[in-house]
Design a binder for this molecule. Structure first.
Ligand SMILES: Nc1ncnc2c1ncn2[C@@H]1O[C@H](COP(=O)(O)OP(=O)(O)OP(=O)(O)O)[C@@H](O)[C@H]1O
Ligand SMILES: [Mg+2]
Length: 269
C-alpha cells in the first residue's frame, strides 16, 4: 500500500519504474510566477514531450531539472530517492544532462574541442588532440551529423549544425536522463530529421530517458511516448502520444486562448 510519507512515495516511484519524478514544483522570479505546483514523471527509457506556448514555463522547468536553478518549492526524485540538485555539475554527476535553448557551445573553440569540453583526453602533460578529433568525428558520423570538419570553430557553423553538435555532445556523455530544450528550433527539415532519428535511435536502445521540448506537435508525436502540456506554469494535459493528435493538442491551446479572451472582454465590459 502507498504510504503518505515522502519515503513511501519514493518507494512507490521506484516501483513504478520512474527514473525521475517531480512533485509540487513551483518557481517564481520575483513577482513573476513561472511554475505552479507542477507534478511530472518520466519512466525509464521513456521519451516525454513537453509542449506549451511561449512563456508557459517549459525552459524554467528544464533549468530546474538540470540543476541550473533551484525551485522555489517542491521536490525532485531520482530513481525514487529525493535529490537536491546543487548545480549543473552535480546534476551531471547524477546522470542528468541538458541541451539548452540558448546553446552552451563556445564559439571560438572547434567542433571537437566543444565535444570534449570539460572531458578532455589528457596523457599528462599532453592533450590528446588527435584522439579527440578522431573520436568526435566517429561519434558524429555514427549519429548522422554531417559537418565539413571537426577542426572548424563552431562560430563558422550554421545554427542547425551547432544545435546538432550540442545534442551530440550530450549524448556522447552517456546520460541517464537527457533534457532537450527545443533541439528542433532553427533546424531545416533535414537537420530536424537527424535529431528526431537520433531520439528514436536512443529510445530503441532504451538506456536513456528523454524530455524534449518542441513547438511542432507533429514532430513531437512522432518521437514521444507521452506528452505533457504546460499552460501558464501548470501542467494541463498528460496523454500517451498514441492517444492524442496534433489536432487535439492545437484545439486545447486554442480553447484556452479563447477562454482568456472572453474573460478579458467580460472584465472590460
Ligand atoms: N531569469 C528569469 N527572470 C525573470 N523571469 C523569467 C526568467 N526566466 C523566465 N522568466 C519568466 O518565466 C516565464 C516562463 O519562461 P520560460 O522561459 O520557462 O518559458 P518557455 O515555456 O520556455 O517559453 P518559450 O517557448 O518561449 O521558450 C516567462 O514569463 C518568463 O518571462
Ligand atoms: Mg523556452
Amino acid at each position: 500500500m502507498a504510504s503518505m510519507t515522502p519515503q513511501g512515495q519514493a518507494e512507490l516511484a521506484s516501483q513504478d519504474g520512474d527514473v525521475l519524478r517531480v512533485e509540487h514544483i513551483s518557481k517564481s522570479y520575483g513577482m513573476v510566477t513561472a511554475l505552479t505546483d507542477v507534478n511530472l514523471r518520466l519512466a525509464r527509457g521513456e521519451v516525454l514531450g513537453l509542449i506549451g506556448d511561449n512563456g508557459a514555463g517549459k525552459s524554467t522547468l528544464l533549468k530546474i531539472l538540470c540543476g541550473f536553478q533551484p525551485p522555489s518549492s517542491g521536490a525532485i526524485f531520482l530513481d525514487g530517492r529525493e535529490v537536491v540538485l546543487k548545480s549543473v555539475d552535480h546534476a551531471r554527476s547524477l546522470g542528468i544532462d541538458a541541451v539548452y535553448q540558448d546553446l552552451a557551445l563556445i564559439n571560438q573553440l572547434t567542433v571537437f574541442q566543444n565535444m570534449f569540453l570539460n572531458r578532455e583526453k589528457i596523457s599528462w602533460p599532453l592533450v590528446r588532440n588527435r584522439a579527440m578529433r578522431q573520436e568526435a568525428r566517429e561519434h558524429l558520423d555514427e549519429m548522422g551529423v554531417h559537418i565539413p570538419s571537426v577542426n572548424v570553430p563552431v562560430a563558422k557553423l550554421s545554427g542547425g549544425q551547432r544545435q546538432a553538435i550540442a545534442v551530440a555532445r550530450s549524448v556522447f556523455s552517456n546520460p541517464k536522463i537527457l533534457l532537450l530544450d527545443e533541439p528542433l528550433a532553427a533546424m531545416g527539415v533535414k537537420e530536424g530529421a537527424i535529431i528526431l532519428d537520433l531520439v528514436t535511435k536512443l529510445k530503441q536502445q532504451g538506456n536513456v530517458s528523454i524530455i524534449i521540448i518542441a513547438h511542432n506537435y507533429g514532430q513531437i508525436l512522432q518521437v514521444c511516448d507521452r506528452v505533457n502540456m504546460i499552460q501558464d506554469g501548470k501542467i494541463t494535459l498528460d496523454k500517451r502520444a498514441d492517444e492524442t493528435s496534433a489536432e487535439e493538442l492545437t484545439e486545447v491551446v486554442v480553447a484556452e486562448y479563447r477562454k482568456a479572451l472572453e474573460e478579458r472582454q467580460r472584465a472590460a465590459s
